[in-house]
Design a protein around this ligand. Structure first.
Ligand code: SAM
Length: 318
């Protein structure tokens, strides 16, 4: 599969549009890096200008716009202006611009389906391919803020065994498998995302014999798992509730339990990566006295997500 080159855009500064100039600057800043690293999905705007409180992600010639204010605000007031800027700068087509309203999610709707257009297409990140869908689900299939975390984990994966918990569409496992891991296990509660992960493995020609996908509640899975792993990734949602789970999951309340259940599965010399998008999350190192804990967010946050600190990430070793 070949991808179209990243669009070249004009250098011409437009005095009439602050937004257009900022987008041009950001995109041009990232374009060369993206071309060099075979990456065609990255953030090109992140609430840089107060009056324009949204983010724009570029996904292989398509644009995904996340709006951050609450729904009470008139969230379509920018639509025309932004669309005009994208059409003009990138010669985008209107149907390639996807608006996603990032309202406060209720506890139950987090992972529900939004639409049924089945609008899947492929992007690449560091030369690895992933299916994404900007229309039908609350998230796109690939969390772009974890690009560097995936690369970091994959860089340690050669000859190693990886356990990927709350794996979503399996992107950590796919990167690790392509960088030489000998075994991966990808665990997620959702049938939809397990199937999506399977498609990502297939897309990258990864064999399914040594790369297992298991649909399970991670807490229950950890109570039953007996295998050992050199690398464990735990990137749970902030909150999650489902009929498939015995109880509601709250990262702040449950992280110690989760990590304590995972540490016995870690080989000596192995590394556990723990990450969260919860802005209020507080890690209490005193509750994990047996492991060497290090915050690595400054390494894992990519340049396009640094300003708004999309996640925090730690490593733990025994
Ligand atoms: C924040 S996403 C994980 C992102 C993923 N690690 C990545 O970087 O692509 C949350 C995922 O956790 C899954 N999930 C939520 N609660 C779960 C549970 N108790 N057990 C297993 N999976 C769960 C959801 O189905 C969803 O795929």
């Amino acid at each position: 599969m070949t991808f179209p080159p990243l669009p070249l855009i004009s250098d011409h500064n437009d005095k009439s549009s602050q937004l257009k100039n900022r987008l041009r600057k950001n995109y041009q800043h990232r374009r060369k890096w993206a071309e060099r690293t075979q990456t065609n999905c990255f953030r090109i705007y992140d609430r840089d200008i107060k009056e324009y409180p949204f983010a724009i992600d570029f996904y292989n010639q398509r644009f995904c716009l996340h709006y951050f204010a609450s729904l009470q605000d008139s969230d379509d007031r920018f639509e025309k202006e932004v669309e005009d800027v994208l059409l003009d700068l990138f010669h985008a087509k209107k149907q390639d611009i996807y608006w996603r309203k990032r309202m406060k999610r209720s506890k139950t709707e987090q992972y529900e389906k939004k639409d049924i257009s089945s609008d899947f297409f492929v992007v690449q990140e560091y030369g690895v391919k992933f299916w994404v869908n900007l229309r039908d689900y609350l998230d796109t299939g690939l969390f772009l803020d974890h690009r560097e975390t995936r690369r970091l984990v994959a860089s340690k994966a050669k000859g190693k065994r990886l356990l990927n918990l709350f794996a979503y569409t399996g992107s950590f496992s796919v990167q690790a498998a392509l960088r030489g891991s000998i075994f991966t296990k990808t665990v997620d509660m959702s049938n939809t995302y397990c199937t999506w992960a399977e498609k990502n493995f297939f897309l990258n020609r990864i064999n399914s014999k040594n790369n297992i996908i298991e649909r399970a509640d991670c807490l229950k899975f950890l109570s039953e798992e007996t295998q050992q792993y050199d690398l464990i990734v735990i990137d749970p949602p902030t909150l999650s509730r489902s009929k498939k789970m015995e109880q509601m999951f709250d990262v702040q309340k449950d992280y110690i339990q989760l990590i304590e259940k995972a540490l016995p599965l870690l080989t000596s010399g192995g590394t556990l990566f723990f990450s969260t998008n919860s802005r209020k999350f507080q890690m209490d190192a005193s509750l994990l006295p047996l492991c060497l804990l290090r915050e690595i967010s400054s390494i894992t946050l990519p340049i396009d997500f640094q300003k708004n600190k999309a996640h925090r990430c730690w490593t733990m070793m025994l």
